[in-house]
Design a protein around this ligand. Structure first.
Ligand SMILES: *[C@@H]1O[C@H](CO)[C@@H](O)[C@H](O)[C@H]1NC(C)=O
Length: 399
């Protein structure tokens, strides 16, 4: 055979070998927490096993899976998964079982976050149940006797990027369920949050100082905001959300600080609010600030007996303390409410109570139909707000 004839074949074989080599060097490594000493017996503290699995995954540049098998794993200490010094190109937690926090809130004590990811890039959490067992702390807080710690957030991501949280269930957190703080490119999907409607400060998902966050197809029932949006949030997309019980989806509280980054480009599309305190709320402190909210779209929302389906409240000042002059510095502009239907549990279905110094501007109502308790007509209330109404708007717009 002439060399010219077999040359393509030789090249092809070399090519195949290179492909094989590349494939094997980027193959996923699996680290099962059971092989690091974790026990699915609801008792044995598996904290060290989680950290050991993380360190082992971080030791190699490969993609890694950290496997949490079926069963109940007790985690009695707050764990910090740090990205600094982590060589892995991506770590995927595959969780088949449940992770339990100690029911005695004194054990986690004054820690801030139970599962905390800091400065990580490319972490995915798939499936699993995080059970915060927060009832003891809620009872302590509700007793009003004091002496209770603030509690821990169940799952937190700080200064991180390229994060996916998929199909995770968070139950009965002591404090917030999931916090996304200082992050870029985060996708939350198919998440379920569940806690009592009477549990204090158990926000479902809190986002702040973060860009390009998407929250899809999630079902949130809790004692505080289903989703709360803090200062410095940009390009946040929420779609197919079911909220209730809870305090609704809230931008704010903003403007507590004199200098504060604004919130912009936020979309809530296709969401249902059932027996919630609010539907969609924008809330700021009645005090000076350079904060702002702009380019917000609330679209295709259904209200089922929500107390305040549409609300802007710029006079927030708990206990009337620390709000000189009671005027908010937060500028709210370009907010559109499009296709909002259903029922309000109170007579005022739309309430715009804006800053006397910086009136809300370019607020749009398009096809909004809200009744009071299904049958009676509701009303709307406007203070310091400019905007327009298009299509059918009931109750009659006060803009
Ligand atoms: C607004 O955010 C969405 C994602 O939520 C993004 O696709 C879009 O490009 C952003 N728009 C601007 C003007 O940045």
């Amino acid at each position: 055979m002439k060399i010219a004839k077999i040359l393509p074949l030789i090249i092809f074989i070399i090519f195949l070998n290179t492909q094989f080599f590349l494939a094997s060097s980027t193959q996923t490594q699996t680290h099962n927490i059971a092989s690091f000493g974790a026990r699915p017996d609801s008792q044995t503290d598996s904290s060290k096993a989680f950290l050991a699995a993380w360190n082992s995954a971080c030791a190699s540049p490969a993609q890694s899976t950290i496997m949490v098998p079926q069963g109940k794993f007790m985690v009695r200490t707050a764990i910090k998964f740090s990205g600094s010094g982590c060589r892995s190109s991506g770590i995927n937690f595959v969780i088949r079982g449940s992770i339990l926090a100690p029911s005695d809130f004194r054990v986690l004590g004054s820690s801030s976050t139970w599962f905390e990811f800091e400065s990580v890039d490319g972490v995915t959490i798939s499936g699993g149940v995080f059970d915060g067992q927060g009832m003891g702390l809620w009872t302590c807080k509700r007793s009003g006797k004091g002496g209770c710690p603030p509690g821990v957030t169940t799952l937190g991501f700080t200064n991180s990027m390229n994060i996916i949280i998929d199909g995770v269930t968070s139950l009965n957190s002591q404090l917030y369920h999931l916090v996304i703080n200082g992050c870029k490119n985060v996708k939350v999907q198919g998440v379920k949050v569940s806690a009592s409607g009477a549990s204090p400060n158990t926000d479902g998902i809190h986002v702040q100082l973060s860009t390009d966050v998407t929250i899809l197809s999630s079902n949130i029932g809790t004692g505080d905001d289903c989703i709360s949006i803090g200062a410095g949030t940009t390009n946040l997309w929420m779609e197919d959300i079911s909220c209730g019980p809870g305090h609704g989806i809230s931008i704010g509280s903003l403007g507590k600080e004199l200098k504060e980054p604004g919130v912009q480009n936020v979309t809530v599309k296709t969401a249902t609010f059932t027996n919630t305190e609010n539907g969609v709320r924008i809330k700021s402190w009645g005090r000076p600030s350079d904060g702002f909210v702009r380019n917000v779209l609330f679209q295709h929302l259904t209200m089922v007996n929500a107390q305040n389906p549409i609300i802007i409240d710029q006079k927030y000042c708990p206990d009337h303390k620390g709000c000189p002059g009671q005027v908010s510095g937060v500028r709210i502009t370009d907010v559109t409410y499009h296709d909002i239907q259903g029922s309000s549990a109170t007579p005022i279905a739309m309430n715009f109570d804006c800053s006397a110094e910086y009136h809300c501007a370019n607020i749009k109502l398009v096809d909004v139909q809200l009744t009071y308790s299904n049958r009676r007509p509701a009303s709307s209330s406007c203070t310091n707000v400019k905007g327009l109404a298009l299509g059918i708007v009931e109750p009659k717009s006060c803009l």
